[in-house]
Design a protein around this ligand. Structure first.
Ligand SMILES: Nc1nc2c(ncn2[C@@H]2O[C@H](COP(=O)(O)OP(=O)(O)OP(=O)(O)O)[C@@H](O)[C@H]2O)c(=O)[nH]1
Ligand SMILES: [Mg+2]
Length: 307
C-alpha cells in the first residue's frame, strides 16, 4: 500500500533536534577517543538525557562494557555503529500498518491527554488516507472544549472531508453514534473519531471513553478497528504512564507519537518500546497534515544517526 511512504529526508528533518543535540554532541565526545570507563559513563549520561530510559540504557551500556572488556570495542567512534545496530535490534518484526477492516467502514478512535496533538494527528491520517484514494468521514466527539468542533471542521474543509458533529457540551457517545450511522449510510472507507483530551486519572472521563467504544461497537461490530493513543514526544517519561493507563482503560492498538520535531529527546521511542507492548505506528514531525511518517525502526535509527 502506498499509504505513508517513507522519505528519509523528511524524517531526518523531523528528527533534527535529536540529531543535533543528542547524536552530534555524542559524536564529538567520542571522536578520536579511546574507550575507557569515564567515556562509557559519559555515553550513559547522554543516553539517559535522550529519554531512551533507564532499562534500555542499562542494556546498551552493559553491552558496551562487555565488548570493551573483550577488546572488541576500543574506539569511541565505533560506539555509534554499536548503538545503531543494537537500537535497531530492539524492535521485533511486527505489523505496524494501520489496521483497515475488510468491510466498510474502518473506524479509528483517537485518544490521549489534553493538547498532545490528537486533532492535528487526525488531519495527518485523513490526508494520507484521502491521498491514497480512500473516502474519509470525521466524527467530532470532543464536545467538551470550546472551539474543538470548529478546529476539526476547519481541517475537514481544508482536506475536503465531511465532519459529523453534535451540540457543544452534549454527549460525545451520541455524536459517535451519529458518526457511525453516517459512515455506514454514506459507505465511506474510514471514519476517524476525535475525542476530548482527558487525563488517565480522571475516572469519569475514562468511563466516557469506554462508553464511546461500546456505542461504536454496537453500531459497527468489531469497531473501533484502531484505537490510537496520541503521545507527545516532548512530555518525556510521563508518556509511558499515559500509555499504560490508557491501554488498561481503552485497549489501545497503536501509538501515534507526536511532536518528535519539537524535542531533542527522540530516544523516547525506545523507552516506549521497553515499557509497553503497544506498537508505535505513526510519528508526527510537524504541524501540517503532511508531517507524518509511518514508524519503522530501521529508518528511524538511520535518520536519527544520519550525519
Ligand atoms: N511541532 C509539532 N506540533 C504539533 C504536532 N502535532 C500537533 N502539534 C501542535 O500541538 C498543538 C495541539 O494540537 P491539537 O491537535 O489541538 O491537540 P489535541 O490533543 O487535539 O488537543 P485537545 O483537543 O485540546 O486535547 C497544536 O499547536 C499543534 O499544531 C507535531 O507533530 N509537531
Ligand atoms: Mg483536539
Amino acid at each position: 500500500m502506498a499509504l505513508f511512504r517513507r522519505t528519509i529526508d523528511k524524517l531526518k528533518q523531523g528528527l533534527g533536534k535529536t540529531r543535533e543535540v543528542f547524536v552530534s554532541s555524542l559524536r564529538s565526545v567520542l571522536a578520536g577517543k579511546t574507550l575507557d570507563d569515564d567515556l562509557i559513563k559519559e555515553i550513559e549520561k547522554r543516553l539517559i538525557q535522550s529519554d531512551v530510559g533507564v532499562v534500555a540504557t542499562r542494556k546498551l551500556i552493559d553491552g558496551i562494557k562487555a565488548d570493551y572488556k573483550a577488546g572488541e570495542l576500543t574506539k569511541g567512534e565505533d560506539v555509534i555503529e554499536y548503538l545503531k545496530r543494537e537500537l535497531k535490534a530492539m524492535w521485533p518484526e511486527r505489523d505496524r500498518s494501520l489496521n483497515l477492516s475488510d468491510s466498510k467502514p474502518t473506524v479509528i478512535l483517537m485518544t490521549g491527554v489534553n493538547g498532545v496533538g490528537k486533532t492535528t494527528s487526525i488531519s495527518k491520517l485523513c490526508k494520507a488516507l484521502t491521498d491514497d484514494g480512500k473516502t474519509v468521514l470525521l466524527g467530532a466527539c470532543d464536545t467538551f472544549r470550546a472551539g474543538a468542533v470548529r478546529q476539526l471542521e476547519i481541517w475537514g474543509e481544508r482536506l475536503g472531508v465531511e465532519v459529523v458533529k453534535g451540540q457543544q457540551g452534549g454527549d460525545p457517545a451520541a455524536v459517535a453514534f451519529d458518526a457511525c450511522a453516517a459512515a455506514k449510510a454514506r459507505g465511506v472507507d474510514v471514519l476517524i473519531i476525535d475525542t476530548a483530551g482527558r487525563l488517565q486519572t480522571q475516572a469519569g472521563l475514562m468511563d466516557q471513553l469506554s462508553k464511546i467504544r461500546r456505542v461504536i461497537d454496537k453500531q459497527i461490530p468489531g469497531a473501533p478497528h484502531e484505537t490510537l493513543l496520541v503521545l507527545d514526544a516532548t512530555s518525556g517519561q510521563n508518556a509511558l504512564r499515559q500509555a499504560e493507563e490508557f491501554n488498561a482503560a481503552a485497549g489501545v492498538t497503536g501509538i501515534f507519537l507526536s511532536k518528535l520535531d519539537g524535542t531533542a529527546r527522540g530516544g523516547i521511542v525506545v523507552a516506549i518500546k521497553e515499557a509497553t507492548d503497544i506498537p508505535v505506528k505513526f510519528i508526527g514531525v510537524g504541524e501540517t497534515p503532511a508531517d507524518v511518517e509511518a514508524f519503522d525502526p530501521e529508518g528511524f535509527v538511520e535518520a536519527m544517526f544520519a550525519e
